[in-house]
Design a protein around this ligand. Structure first.
Ligand SMILES: Cc1cc2nc3c(=O)[nH]c(=O)nc-3n(C[C@H](O)[C@H](O)[C@H](O)COP(=O)(O)OP(=O)(O)OC[C@H]3O[C@@H](n4cnc5c(N)ncnc54)[C@H](O)[C@@H]3O)c2cc1C
Length: 308
C-alpha cells in the first residue's frame, strides 16, 4: 500500500499552506502536494529543543530579498525523500522566545542542506538535517516575519488531531485477531477462545471507536474553519495511550513469539505484534509528547495553572 507516514505529513503541510500560504505557495507547492507525487517534512525539533520548541536556535537572517538560514534540526523524518521542509527559524533573538520565530517552506534541493540518517527502534528511519548558509527568497516565508508561532499552532493542531496517526491500533486489532484464530492456547483450543484475550480484543475495539470519534471531532473543527488545538491533543493522547496499552497486552499474551520480527519463523501475527510494540512508544513522542499534550489539556480545558 501507499506509505501512510509520508501521506499524513504531506497532507498536514498542505493544510498549513492552505491556511496561511500565499498564491505563490499555492501555485508552486500546494498544487503539487495534492497530486500525491511530492513529499514534505517537518523541521521544528533541534538536538536541544523538542518539547520547548519555542526555544529553537536555527537562525534566519534577512539579506535584501533573501533570507540566510543556518542551524541544525533533529528528527526530520522523511527529509531524505522530501521535496520541501517546513522550517521553523529564529529571526529575532531580542524578544520573548515565542515572538521571534518565522516559518519557511524550503525546497530540499537548495544548496547548503545536508541530510544524515538516524535509525530508530521502530525500524523507521528519521534524520538529522543541517542548514549551512541556505539562501531562500522572501517568497518562501510562510506567515508573518516573527509570526512563526502562530503557524506552528496551525501545524500542530493538524498533526495531533487531523492528519496524525490517531488510529494505529485498527490494523493491530486485525492482525491479532487473525493470529489468535490459528494460535494454540496453553489451555487447549485457540487463543481466540481465551477469555482474557477476547476481553482485550473487545477493549481495543472500543478504544479504536473512541479514537476515531475524537479524531473526527478534530477533523470536523478543522474542516469548518476552526483550529482543533485542544481537541487534537485529546485525540492524540487517548489514541496513542490506548495503542501502547493494547500492544503491551497482546505481546504479553503471545509470549516469546510476540517478540519475533517480520520474516522470522513462528513470529506471532507474522511479526506485526513486535513491530507495533516498537512503534507504539514513538507515537507518544512525536507531534508533542504525552506530557506536553496533558499540559495542553490541563491548561486550556481544565483551567489549571500554566506549566511555565
Ligand atoms: C521517531 C521520531 C520522529 C520524529 N519526527 C519529527 C519530525 O519529523 N519533525 C520534527 O520537528 N520533530 C520530530 N520528532 C521530534 C519530537 O517532536 C520530539 O522528540 C518531541 O517533541 C520531544 O522532544 P525531545 O525529544 O527533545 O524530548 P524533551 O523535550 O527533552 O522531553 C524529554 C521528556 O521530558 C518531558 N517533558 C519535557 N517538557 C515537559 C514539560 N514542560 N512538562 C512535562 N514534561 C515535560 C517529555 O514529555 C519527555 O518525556 C520526532 C521524534 C521521534 C522520536
Amino acid at each position: 500500500g501507499a506509505p501512510y507516514d509520508g501521506l499524513a505529513v504531506t497532507m498536514l503541510v498542505a493544510g498549513v499552506v492552505n491556511a496561511v500560504g500565499t498564491d505563490f505557495h499555492r501555485n508552486r507547492v500546494l498544487q503539487k502536494l495534492l497530486t500525491g507525487r511530492f513529499n514534505c517534512c517537518l523541521g521544528y525539533s533541534e538536538p536541544d529543543h523538542g518539547s520547548d520548541v519555542a526555544s529553537i536556535t536555527t537562525k534566519a537572517v534577512r539579506d535584501g530579498d533573501e533570507w540566510v538560514i543556518t542551524g541544525q534540526k533533529m528528527w526530520t523524518t522523511m527529509a531524505h525523500v522530501s521535496d520541501w521542509v517546513i522550517l521553523l527559524t529564529r529571526t529575532n533573538p531580542d524578544v520573548p522566545r515565542h515572538k521571534g520565530l518565522t516559518m519557511f517552506l524550503v525546497p530540499m534541493d537548495t544548496p547548503g542542506i545536508e541530510v544524515q540518517p538516524v535509525p530508530t527502534m521502530a525500524t523507521e528511519r528519521t534524520n538529522a538535517t543541517f542548514y549551512d548558509d541556505v539562501r531562500v527568497g522572501d517568497e518562501w516565508r510562510l506567515g508573518e516575519v516573527d509570526g512563526g508561532w502562530a503557524v506552528m499552532g496551525v501545524a500542530l493542531a493538524f498533526e495531533r488531531g487531523v492528519m496524525g496517526g490517531t488510529n494505529p491500533a485498527v490494523p493491530l486489532l486485525r492482525h491479532v485477531r487473525d493470529w489468535a484464530g490459528g494460535a494454540a492456547s496453553p489451555d487447549g483450543g485457540t487463543m481466540l477462545q481465551d477469555p482474557l484475550l477476547r476481553e482485550r480484543l473487545a477493549r481495543t475495539a472500543i478504544a479504536n471507536q473512541v479514537s476515531q470519534l475524537l479524531t473526527l471531532r478534530a477533523a470536523w473543527i478543522a474542516a469548518t474553519g476552526g483550529l482543533p488545538g485542544l481537541e487534537g491533543s485529546m485525540a492524540k493522547l487517548y489514541a496513542t495511550g490506548r495503542y501502547q496499552q493494547a500492544v503491551g497486552w497482546f505481546q504479553e499474551m503471545a509470549g516469546a513469539e510476540g517478540l519475533l520480527a517480520f520474516g522470522v519463523d513462528d513470529a506471532a501475527a507474522d511479526g506485526w505484534i513486535d513491530y507495533d510494540a516498537r512503534h507504539a512508544p514513538v507515537t507518544t513522542i512525536y507531534g508533542g509528547t504525552t506530557e506536553i499534550n496533558r499540559n495542553n489539556v490541563a491548561e486550556r480545558h481544565l483551567d489549571l495553572p500554566r506549566d511555565r
